[in-house]
Design a protein around this ligand. Structure first.
Ligand code: 0O2
Length: 224
């Protein structure tokens, strides 16, 4: 299948989903390999930090491969043509890993760790804690290229690492579920409910701040 411009509906879309599922297996597999590598590397870190310091910033890790329908939707939104090279340049979250931490400081500690890893190249950092999305969403997204060692070559595969606290994750996970339910009903969440969701995001963040302050206070008192 060559480079084709996407149409909003019709058989093209179906053909593209089928092509991704069948002809594009080697292309998609690279992203799956990157996710295996990433998940395993960060689980090793979690073990190491717990064993060495009795503390790890990582609460849990989740990975997901973008499904063909969601990939095509993003291509449409961004006017990306149906071409593997274009897609790998323009859509950086086909492979996605989420690291959930306890405290806000832990998020930035993970970012610093990612920056100095030899098997990751940082492409972009989006700080939605400093600059939350209008919905209230918070987290830091690090767009990377992740090294994957194959039998005869080494490849660098784009991936998005989302890092957020338990509190940010609580909000984002439930908000995502509510948005999804509404999409099923072919509707938009009413403004007053969006405002409520935004308020919940803000109060979740206030709890993050309170817990961070408490941690700092308790750590400081230990050193006196
Ligand atoms: P899924 O199912 O999580 O993969 P841009 O804003 O255009 O610069 P882009 O590509 O939209 O960048 O990506 P961005 O902002 O780095 O991250 C988008 C992802 O962040 C989403 O992925 C969500 O995972 C998360 N996200 C962003 N905003 C919200 C929000 O308001 N609510 C929730 N629950 N999650 C959010 P996908 O692809 O939408 O979905």
């Amino acid at each position: 299948m060559g480079d084709i411009q996407l149409t909003k509906s019709g058989p093209d879309k179906f053909d593209m989903v089928e092509a991704i599922k069948n002809e594009w297996i080697p292309f998609i597999k690279r992203y799956e390999m990157a996710l295996i590598e990433l998940e395993s590397n960060f689980k090793i870190l979690d073990l190491e930090w717990n064993a060495t310091y009795g503390y790890s910033p990582i609460e849990h890790i989740k990975t997901r491969l973008k499904n063909p329908t969601s990939l095509i939707r993003k291509m449409e939104d961004r006017n990306v043509i149906f071409n593997q090279e274009e897609i790998s340049k323009m859509i950086t979250d086909i492979a996605g890993m989420r690291i959930v931490t306890g405290f806000i400081d832990d998020v930035y500690m993970m970012v610093d760790h990612i920056k100095q890893r030899k098997d990751l190249r940082v492409v972009q950092i989006k700080d939605y804690i400093e600059n939350p999305k209008p919905s209230g969403y918070r987290g830091v997204h690090v767009i990377v290229e992740s090294q994957v060692i194959l039998s005869n070559t080494v490849v660098w595969v784009p991936a998005e690492i989302q890092i957020r606290t338990l509190s940010m994750d609580f909000w984002a996970s439930l908000e995502h579920k509510l948005q999804y339910k509404y999409k099923n009903n072919d509707g938009q969440i009413p403004d007053k409910d969006k405002k409520l969701l935004h308020d919940v995001a803000e109060s979740s963040f206030e709890n993050d701040i309170k817990m961070s302050k408490l941690r700092k206070k308790l750590l400081a008192s230990q050193h006196i």
